[in-house]
Design a protein around this ligand. Structure first.
Ligand code: ADP
Ligand code: MG
Length: 257
């Protein structure tokens, strides 16, 4: 049914929630296919089902109806323990809030997913992941010693340290100023150019324009699914921006919060 290169094949996915006595149809029959190496932006008004879809594709939750194949494996009916193992192995998550542990250094935050690993991961994978997001020199800083953009980059390093099949991001630039947000988009585009499949949710049309394809949702359905004709290049956008201001929240070198 799906091409060999399909990472995600979702067929008529639906999710109902019970809110008190009322059934909420958060998702109504969503079919979606993602090929390896795509970068997809999902847009849509608040409440349209974006996060619900992300949670289903990220194996956080199971659909009420419909089927979902991740790299050809039907994961729509699996038990919790199997599902969490697949989630740990194959999914990287990035959120609007960075969710870093404040008492751990950057590199120890990145190391966290390795505690639950089920396969061999190189010892230096956390340091490598930090280098990949341009923070090799901040490995032993704590989150409070980093700017918001740097914290989000640590969160991205944590999300890719297991070399996931797909990176899922829910409003990853939502808490960032435009320059820091653009730097995050540059990072996503670099990871994508290296072959990482990425799906991100955003309400910002400019952010979405960095993707290779934009999916619009409304009332739990996909209403449009189109390739991006003129994809924004984050490197060029950054070059055209005014010079950066000193990073708010970042402490001078050597100071401890
Ligand atoms: P979006 O991310 O696009 O804002 P969501 O996927 O979070 O939308 O929500 C879609 C709909 O499902 C909304 O009406 C929301 O209130 C409802 N919903 C989401 N999660 C739950 C839940 N755990 N229990 C009840 N209703 C929920
Ligand atoms: Mg949401």
């Amino acid at each position: 049914m799906a091409s060999d290169d399909a990472v995600v094949v979702a067929e008529k996915l639906a999710k109902d929630y019970l809110a008190g006595a009322v059934q909420v149809h958060a998702l109504r029959s969503v079919s979606l296919e993602l090929a390896r190496g795509e970068m997809i932006a999902i847009m849509g008004p608040s409440g349209s089902g974006k996060t619900t879809l992300l949670n289903l594709l990220g194996c956080v939750d199971r659909p009420t109806r419909g089927r979902y194949w991740l790299e050809g494996e039907d994961v729509s009916r699996l038990h919790d323990n199997v599902l969490s193992r697949i989630r740990n192995e194959k999914i990287g998550f990035v959120f609007q809030v960075f969710n870093l542990l404040p008492r751990l250094s950057a590199v120890d935050n990145v190391r966290l997913p390795l505690l639950y690993r089920h396969r061999a991961i190189p010892r230096d994978a956390p340091a490598q992941a930090l280098a990949r997001v341009g923070l090799a020199d901040r490995a032993h800083h704590r989150p409070t010693q980093l700017s918001g953009g740097q914290q989000q980059r640590v969160a991205i390093a944590r999300a890719v340290v297991m070399d996931p099949t797909i990176l899922l991001a829910d409003e990853p630039t939502g808490n960032l100023d435009s320059r820091s947000g653009e730097e995050i988009m540059l990072l996503f585009q670099q990871l994508n150019a290296e072959g990482m499949t990425i799906l991100l949710v955003t309400h910002d049309p400019d952010v979405a324009q960095h993707a290779s394809r934009i999916v619009l949702m409304r009332d739990g359905r996909i209403t449009s699914d189109l390739p991006v004709a003129e994809r924004l290049d984050a490197r060029q956008v950054l070059a055209a921006m005014p010079a950066p201001e000193p990073e708010a929240g970042a402490l001078p070198e050597g100071e401890v919060a």
